[in-house]
Ligand binder design. Structure first.
Ligand code: ZN
Length: 397
């Protein structure tokens, strides 16, 4: 029991009456169908069957075409109307046909083989057998594919025996064991064995755009957009450039130069701001040291660090001080950042590792350091950390 595929004879049929043969757990079987089941890198059809939503079409075991219908409202024996999501199907036919042209040209003009293909919702990808393809070759490919689209090459189908098809030395080896092989020919461009759905003429692919490349399993994978998606992609890029031009009050021609200068300025401002914050941190620490309690003449500084000073600047300010016990903390992104400094004679007075457990436990602190500077993170408020710290320091001295 299987649905007779009508999509090969009539790839442009958008609706069809059919009879329900079975409603199984893994899908609905009809007497005939225009819904293409997912396969060969091409997505399964969607739409409605008898008014119920068709989510996907797949091939089951033994090749049954299974219609994944959400809550079917029909029964076995009913006559139902299949209505395809034509935009979805047509875009896949465009991407698939463009992929044949592109793989054919990669093979004939660049001696580049196609390892695998994938047609996504928006983009088409071709995994090649190369580990490197220069950008100029990708743009040359884009030009050649678009020329083939404009030239309007018709597509033809024919069936050959397995033996004859093998002798034709097609660019891609035949992967099915069937006795007869379905060959798809793009006139004057490419011939290949394929069970997918294609356009009637390359002209219908409209536009083919190179979108970039990435590495996959050591191979270059080329990324393209086709048809309406290529036009959308161009529009999105243009809108992005327009917004950047408005932000920088620049023309498109000078945008890159303006952006470079802007980034240089940002870098310089950051550097100067960092220097200023470091100076502020040093002044703060000197001032706190002047007012701090002392042990054996060494100031014990507790510093709840201000929002605009980071712990790196605290550490840097501490490194410029002499004899000092420093306990600094601040809350940043819900975390407690802590720092303990034992400068000059303070390192003889206190040993961080022996008091570590007692001062870090109340704030579930982690971290460490060596010689004079210890840092880490924890949970809680600075005052909790300070009271644990002072308790240990004054108990020992
Ligand atoms: Zn195909």
């Amino acid at each position: 029991m299987n649905s007779r595929p009508v999509y090969y004879e009539e790839p442009y049929l958008k609706t069809l009456e059919a009879t329900v043969l079975a409603i199984l757990d893994d899908g609905v079987i009809l007497d005939q169908t225009i819904c293409y089941p997912e396969g060969g890198g091409q997505s399964g059809d969607r739409g409605t069957i008898g008014g119920s939503t068709l989510l996907d079409t797949v091939k089951g075991e033994e090749g049954a075409i299974l219609h994944k219908v959400e809550n079917p409202t029909f029964a076995v024996g009913d006559s139902v109307l299949i209505e395809l999501d034509w935009d979805h199907r047509y875009h896949y036919m465009q991407m698939h046909t463009a992929q044949h042209i592109a793989s054919g040209i990669l093979h004939s003009s660049f001696s580049i083989g196609t390892v695998s293909v994938h047609q996504g919702e928006k983009i088409l990808t071709i995994e090649t057998d190369r580990d490197e393809i220069p950008q100029r070759e990708c743009y040359a490919l884009e030009d050649l594919v678009n020329r083939n689209i404009r030239e309007g090459h018709p597509l033809h189908y024919r069936e050959e025996t397995q033996e004859t098809a093998h002798k034709m030395s097609l660019r891609r080896s035949i992967k099915v064991a069937d006795e007869t092989i379905r060959l798809v020919e793009i006139e004057d461009v490419d011939v290949i064995a394929c069970a997918g759905l294609h356009l009637a003429n390359t002209r219908e692919a409209v536009l083919f755009q190179y979108e970039g490349q990435e590495k996959l399993r050591g191979h270059v994978r080329l990324i393209f957009s086709v048809g309406d998606e290529a036009l959308s992609s161009i529009r999105e890029n243009r809108a992005l450039v327009d917004q950047l031009c408005t932000l920088h009050s620049a023309r498109k021609e000078t945008l890159l130069e303006v952006e470079k200068l802007f980034m240089e300025q940002v870098g310089q401002d950051r550097y100067l701001l960092g220097k200023k914050s470091e100076r502020v941190a040093s002044l703060m620490l000197e001032s706190l040291a002047g007012k701090a309690d002392q042990i054996d003449g060494i100031p014990v500084v507790l510093w709840e660090v201000e929002e605009d000073i980071d712990m790196k600047q605290v550490a840097s300010a501490f490194s410029r001080m002499e004899d000092m016990v420093l306990c600094a903390a601040k809350v940043e992104k819900d975390k407690l950042l802590w720092l303990v400094g034992l400068g000059g004679k303070a390192s003889a007075l206190l040993d961080f590792n022996t008091m570590k457990k007692q001062i870090l436990a109340p704030v579930s602190g982690k971290g460490g350091g060596r010689e004079t500077l210890f840092q880490g993170v924890g949970i809680g408020m600075p005052k909790t950390f300070f009271s644990a710290f002072t308790k240990v320091v004054y108990e020992n001295n």
